[in-house]
Design a binder for this molecule. Structure first.
Ligand code: ADP
Ligand code: ADP
Length: 243
């Protein structure tokens, strides 16, 4: 079934840049989508619209059938919880431990806690800490739970970000250029991990990439974006050299 749907979605930034226009697509539960396109094509804008980090300028969006185009307040927080996202730069809280970073994914008002000194662990039940540990083991870094986030390699930090996003129990998992800062070996690990999470937990995944070779190898469905519009939507086998 369809988890997220956009109809004629468009975004014009305040400076007048028309980043995307007329985007109509449905993300289904069994989708592992890679969005490809050159720099500036609109991939990031599209992904950020999908969890409403960016407000679309026109069109409509539906999450599990519920209209979320103009969601605010509590409904918007629920959209952000249900549509999890990781980024190129990992966006961890540097001075917190790995375990604390994962637990932060379960906080609703984490910003108030970022100025907190001392361990965050006492804010969480044993069950929540165990869940965070099991997620770290799932992404292969349970042994790093008490390390500071900023002492980890890039590949390890992205694994923490994945565990943190899983901790919020998302209905849809978005990844905006998750391997753009990583070496080739770590890139394979992260793409493999995302694909495994999709297969094992049945979570639909949408990944932005500018590497077409990774897209061909990992995607079940590729969406090509050019100048803010969809120019291809199909399985990797259907992708011709023209794109
Ligand atoms: P991609 O992710 O494919 O590189 P983006 O969505 O980042 O594409 O950018 C699409 C277009 O929107 C580009 O022309 C970019 O310069 C512009 N853009 C992105 N973010 C902003 C912003 N905050 N304000 C104005 N223009 C922006
Ligand atoms: P990067 O490739 O960015 O340096 P990785 O996350 O791929 O970071 O891993 C860095 C190193 O840590 C690798 O040598 C990897 O084998 C090791 N490593 C990762 N997870 C574990 C684990 N659960 N137990 C032991 N070693 C690990």
């Amino acid at each position: 079934h369809t988890v997220l749907e956009t109809r004629n979605l468009g975004k014009v930034y305040p400076n007048g840049t028309e980043a995307i226009q007329g985007i109509s697509l449905a993300v289904r539960k069994d989708d592992f989508i890679v969005i490809i396109g050159s720099s500036g094509a609109g991939k990031s804008t599209l992904l950020r619209c999908l969890n409403r980090l960016v407000n679309p300028s026109c069109g409509d969006m539906f999450l599990n059938g519920e209209e979320i185009t103009r969601a605010t307040g509590r409904q918007l927080r629920r959209v952000r919880q249900q549509v999890g996202m990781i980024f190129q730069q990992f966006n961890l809280v540097r001075r917190l431990t790995v375990l604390e970073n994962v637990l932060v994914g379960r906080l609703r008002f984490c910003t108030t806690l970022l100025s907190h000194t001392g361990s965050l662990l006492r804010l969480f039940s044993e069950a929540e800490q165990e869940l965070a540990f099991s997620l770290l083991n799932q992404v292969g870094i349970g042994n790093l739970a008490y390390q500071r986030a900023d002492s980890l390699s890039g590949g390890q930090q992205q694994r923490v970000a994945i565990a943190r996003t899983l901790a919020q129990n998302p209905a849809l998992f978005l990844a905006d250029e998750p391997i753009a800062s990583l070496d080739p070996k770590s890139s394979e690990v992260i793409m493999g991990l995302l694909r495994r999470i999709h297969e094992e937990q049945g979570i639909p995944v949408v990944v932005n990439l500018h590497h077409i070779d990774f897209a061909r190898r990992y995607a079940k469905r590729i969406i090509g974006i050019s100048a803010g519009g969809v120019v291809f939507d199909g399985p990797p086998e259907a992708l011709t050299e023209a794109i």
